[in-house]
Design a protein around this ligand. Structure first.
Ligand SMILES: NC(=O)c1ccc[n+]([C@@H]2O[C@H](COP(=O)([O-])OP(=O)(O)OC[C@H]3O[C@@H](n4cnc5c(N)ncnc54)[C@H](OP(=O)(O)O)[C@@H]3O)[C@@H](O)[C@H]2O)c1
Length: 309
């Protein structure tokens, strides 16, 4: 099969587009013919080796986590999915990537593709959408009427998080650069703070929840905008300075693992129009390195998706 693969850690120059063996699905796995696959920051982080302590790769390694496509084969123990089904989901980095014509995935990390969405749009949802769902619904437990701040609101995760928090009935603030202010407002944010010209910690206070997708200094300063008893929910981005939090708030890391039930919830939200996919750029598989570099620059709006078929 045609795939984007690496044989060592490094920069965009080490990314090959060429032939790799088509994976064989195990008893609980499905083989998916990938139609589209999005790029997430974890893809270039894995390639560069910056997360090798937690995710050591074995080479050659096919990159990519998100996919949308069609079930081409199913293991003997797979339930609820059959050859020919349109599906989307999130592959395990260690098992083999989705920036390829085929991927073998644990069947619990696969669900029916949202009806009415193209493969390109569906492929933009899994990792970023699961991150928003797990962080806001499961970890922070956001409720209607709460006041929520989403950092990096124009990004892949943030753009879906803003929409989800609005759908849950929250008042939503978001941070982004000046060029994205109107965009984040269109996503539904009630207040948008331009991080280049305004200090969010000076203009926001007494919030119930902050979703930190940036880490570092932003994480340290986020504690100040929460009410007593508020929740700072965070994912792994830049290292978080020690001793940052207040004693009267909860600081909760969100761990992102795909489950079919959660993917199904994501699909339901997309079908009802509550979550609208945000695709900034579509590239052919052969131009994956360009997409990875756009992601690494840290200023994309929504998602970059690779068209495979
Ligand atoms: N399992 C996990 O822990 C997990 C899961 C998912 C993601 N992540 C991590 O979370 C981070 C975000 O992921 P993503 O997919 O959303 O990334 P992304 O799409 O690449 O984020 C890009 C966005 O970040 C915004 N941004 C950059 N600096 C900012 C700042 N100082 N304040 C506010 N916004 C800023 C940019 O807005 P402007 O262009 O306007 O500057 C841009 O829209 C990544 O580091 C990723 O690796 C971790």
């Amino acid at each position: 099969m045609k795939a984007v693969f690496i044989e060592d850690y490094g920069g965009p120059e080490i990314m090959h587009v060429g032939e790799q063996p088509t994976p064989r699905p195990g008893p609980r796995e499905v083989l998916v013919a990938v139609h589209a696959a999005s790029i997430n920051p974890i893809d270039w982080k894995l390639r560069a080796g910056v997360v090798r302590q937690f995710f050591p790769l074995t080479f050659p390694c096919v990159l990519g986590r998100d996919f949308s496509g069609v079930v081409a084969a199913a293991g003997a123990e797979v339930q609820g999915l059959a050859v020919g089904d349109d599906v989307f989901g999130m592959a395990d980095a260690k098992r083999g990537g989705t920036h390829a014509e085929f991927v073998a995935v644990d069947s619990d990390a696969v669900a029916r593709k949202p009806r009415g969405l193209s493969h390109i749009d569906a492929a933009s949802l899994p990792l970023a959408g699961l991150t928003a769902l797990i962080a806001l619904d499961e970890v922070a437990g956001i409720r209607s009427g709460q006041r929520v701040l989403i950092h990096a609101a124009a990004g892949g995760v943030g753009g879906l998080a803003v929409q989800l928090a609005k759908h849950r009935g929250c008042w939503v603030a978001g941070t982004c650069g000046g060029a994205n202010i109107d965009y984040v407002k269109r996503l539904g944010a009630d207040k948008v703070v331009d991080y280049a010209s305004e200090d969010f910690a000076a203009v926001l206070r007494d919030l119930d929840v902050v979703f930190d997708t940036l880490g570092g200094e932003v994480n340290r300063r986020s504690a100040a905008v929460l009410r007593a008893g508020g929740c700072l929910v965070q994912i792994t981005a830049a290292p978080v300075p020690p001793g940052a939090a207040r004693a009267d708030i909860a600081v909760k890391p969100a761990t992102i693992r795909p489950r079919r039930e959660l993917l199904q919830r994501l699909a339901d939200l997309a079908e009802r129009g509550a979550l609208e996919p945000q695709v900034e750029m579509v590239l052919p598989l052969s131009e994956a390195a360009q997409g990875y570099e756009r992601s690494r620059a840290g200023h994309q709006r929504g998602k970059i998706v690779l068209r495979v078929v």
